[in-house]
Design a protein around this ligand. Structure first.
Ligand code: CA
Ligand code: CA
Length: 446
């Protein structure tokens, strides 16, 4: 009997554990297009004077008659990036890549993230439409961009085609990309940092690709956004969150590349910091925030109470001299969004309707998916502005499981399957405990 009881207890504990596990929800990540995938490619030699090649007609939908070669990413030209697996025959080139991936359950995908390493000027197409493009290069590591808004409406159940064009005129070259699907939208990561959807700058004169505004979101102090200090205009960088969150802290970092005498731990200038909530901007610093140039140096503003915001704006208010002025990185901490309330069940029984439902003669029609992006023209810079690259932090390991409710709008339909299983298992566990207690009491009486 004792043995039976202990087995029952163990089973009960196991069931309780399973119930706890099943009730907690977490964002599930699926790599749709895998890192270092096999692609087919066409490459044309170019000169350092500029690009002349054009893509073969029909390359986006596979109706071309060009000869393609197969190879694994990352790709690079001669003298290109050392991480490349496939090297083209030329240093200066225009390259066209194409591959496919399969989507099994389109309805389960709520967010899409592009991770890309590039040099130079890539444009990425999904099922024939531009989903992302960038000028210049970011060749140190993969950078993440939220492409949900543009790419999710283009995604199809079954086979999807990704095409890429990129080129190289200056120095090294590299390209690889992968696409991750999430079953929830994550607003605050498991370390408590806000997930950004993008960043823009104003008032700066761009001095190279490294000054893409999204560099303030990459978690790397050695990349910066900015240029010469100009007190006559507003020089600001605005980072946008994936959704409204309750901000607790804002951390800003100034440049430290170890390449100039400016990295001396001194304050080179100052910032004002504003929280954005819709159309409202609220300054959160009382004193000027110092732009510190020291390794890992940064400045944190802790708010008296958590404040709802959809973005953060950093304005450069002062700088020592006009040679440069910059922001290296922004990190925002926020409260984890609350778990969504379970739906309120109306106890009033629904009156059965006497009217029989008329069967419809209309055939059911599949909703058509309107592509939301115009195909890009020849004007690279214009299309770059249309599709503002959106980045999230390097440290933002959104692929890691973590308890989060994600976007509340995605959860309005009620309890998830996991939660229902959890409740059922919990009920079984409680019943098992009751059985144990009854058995023990009966044994004692006996
Ligand atoms: Ca290059
Ligand atoms: Ca940075």
């Amino acid at each position: 009997m004792k043995k039976f009881l202990s087995v029952l207890m163990a089973l009960t504990l196991l069931l309780c554990g399973l119930a706890t596990f099943a009730v907690s929800s977490s964002a599930k990540a699926t790599e749709l297009l895998e890192i270092e995938s096999e692609w087919e490619y066409i490459v044309y030699e170019e000169s350092a004077d500029g690009l002349t090649a054009t893509a073969p007609d029909g390359w986006l939908d596979g109706s071309d008659d060009a000869e393609w070669t197969e190879g694994y990413a990352p790709f690079a030209g001669q003298g290109g990036n050392g991480m490349a697996v496939t090297f083209f025959d030329y240093a200066n080139f225009s390259a066209y890549l194409r591959t496919t991936f399969t989507v099994k359950d389109l309805d389960a995908i709520k967010a899409l993230e592009l991770s890309v390493i590039f040099d130079e000027n890539p444009t990425i197409y999904l099922n024939g439409e531009v989903i992302w493009t960038a000028d210049g290069y970011l060749d140190k590591d993969y950078t993440n961009y939220d492409i949900t808004e543009v790419a999710l409406p283009l995604l199809k159940e079954g086979e999807n085609t990704v095409c890429v064009e990129f080129s190289n005129v200056y120095g090294g070259s590299v390209f690889d990309a992968y696409i991750t699907a999430y079953d929830q939208v994550t607003l605050v990561d498991d370390e408590g940092y806000v997930v950004f959807s993008g960043a823009t700058s104003e008032g700066f004169t761009n001095f190279g690709a490294i000054n893409a505004p999204t560099n303030v979101l990459d978690g790397d102090q050695s990349t910066v956004c900015g240029s010469g200090w100009n007190p006559d205009v507003t020089q600001a960088i605005t980072a946008t969150f994936k959704g409204a969150v309750k901000v607790t802290e804002v951390y800003v970092q100034c440049k430290n590349e170890g390449t100039t005498s400016h990295e001396d731990g001194m304050t080179r200038g100052s910032y004002d910091i504003y929280l954005i909530n819709g159309d409202t901007e609220t300054q959160i610093n009382e004193e000027p925030v110092p732009a510190l140039t020291i390794d890992d140096g940064g400045y944190t503003i802790t708010l008296d109470e958590a404040t709802e915001a959809t973005g953060v704006k950093i304005v450069i208010t002062d700088w020592l001299g006009t040679n440069w002025a910059c922001l290296a990185d922004v990190m925002v901490s926020a409260e984890q969004p609350a778990e969504p309330e379970p739906p309120v069940v109306d106890p009033t029984p629904v009156e059965p309707s006497d009217d029989p439902v008329e069967p419809s003669d209309e055939p059911s029609v599949e909703p058509s998916v309107e592509p939301s992006v115009e195909p890009s023209g020849d004007d690279n810079s214009a299309s770059a502005e249309e599709s503002t690259p959106a980045a999230s932090e390097d440290e933002d390991k959104t692929s890691e499981s973590k308890p989060t409710d994600g976007d509340k709008n995605e959860n309005k339909s009620g309890l998830s399957t996991g939660a229902i299983i959890g409740i059922v298992v919990a009920v079984i566990a409680v019943v098992a405990i009751v059985v144990v207690v009854v058995v023990v009491l009966k044994k004692k009486k006996a």
